[in-house]
Design a protein. Structure first.
Length: 188
C-alpha cells in the first residue's frame, strides 16, 4: 500500500493519471502571498568560543611566534569554510571566536584546524621538539549580544593570566557554561 495525499492506494490497482488537455494555453496564476512566491531559506548565526591548550600546557606560544600561529589559524578557519572573528591566547593556550557553518560539526572543524596548524608549525618553525595541541578542546556557543564582550576577553588574555592560571580559567568556563565533566579527564 502507498499512502498519498488523498489517503491509501492499492499499488496493484494503480492507474495512469488522465492526460491533461494541453490544447489551450496554460496561464500561470499570480502568487498572492509571500509564502506562495518563495520558500523559506535557512538563516543561521552560529558563533563558538573554542578553547584548547598546547600539549601538556607547555609555553610554546611565545611573543611574536604566537601572533603568526593565530594568523595561520585564521587562514585555516577560512579554508575550512568558517570565519575567525578573533583569535588570542596566552603562552600555553588559545581562544578562538569562530563562525562555523551549520553543515559542519564542530569536531570536524576543530580537528583539522588543530592538525593543520601543528603540521605547519612543525614543518616551518624550526623547533627542535615536536609541537602539538592537547587532545580535546572546549566549545561554547556564544550569543551575538555577547560577541563584543568575548572579543574584549580574548584581547585581554595576557593581562588576564597575570591573575589566573589557564587551568582555573578553563574549569571556570566549564562550570559557567554548565558543561558536565569528570575532573580526572580534563587534562592530558
Amino acid at each position: 500500500m502507498f499512502s498519498g495525499p488523498e489517503g491509501r492506494y492499492n499499488v496493484s490497482r494503480w492507474r495512469e493519471p488522465p492526460v491533461r488537455d494541453t490544447s489551450f494555453p496554460f496561464k500561470a496564476r499570480r502568487a498572492d502571498t509571500f509564502s506562495e512566491r518563495s520558500t523559506m531559506s535557512t538563516h543561521q548565526q552560529l558563533l563558538y568560543h573554542i578553547v584548547f591548550s598546547t600539549k601538556n600546557r607547555r609555553p610554546w606560544l611565545t611573543d611574536g611566534f604566537r601572533e603568526d600561529v593565530f594568523a595561520y589559524m585564521a587562514g585555516t578557519a577560512k579554508e575550512l569554510g568558517g570565519f575567525a572573528i578573533r583569535i588570542g591566547g596566552y603562552y600555553d593556550h588559545v581562544h578562538l571566536l569562530l563562525r562555523i557553518p551549520g553543515r559542519i560539526a564542530v569536531s570536524d572543524f576543530i580537528g583539522p584546524s588543530k592538525s593543520n596548524t601543528s603540521k605547519h608549525i612543525n614543518t616551518s618553525s624550526g623547533v627542535l621538539q615536536k609541537f602539538g595541541w592537547q587532545e580535546g578542546y572546549g566549545a561554547f556557543t556564544v550569543s551575538v549580544s555577547q560577541k563584543a564582550r568575548l572579543i574584549s576577553y580574548i584581547d585581554r588574555q595576557m593581562e588576564h593570566h597575570g591573575k589566573q592560571s589557564f587551568e582555573d580559567e578553563y574549569l571556570t568556563l566549564l562550570k559557567k557554561n554548565e558543561v558536565e565533566f569528570d575532573p580526572r579527564y580534563v587534562w592530558d
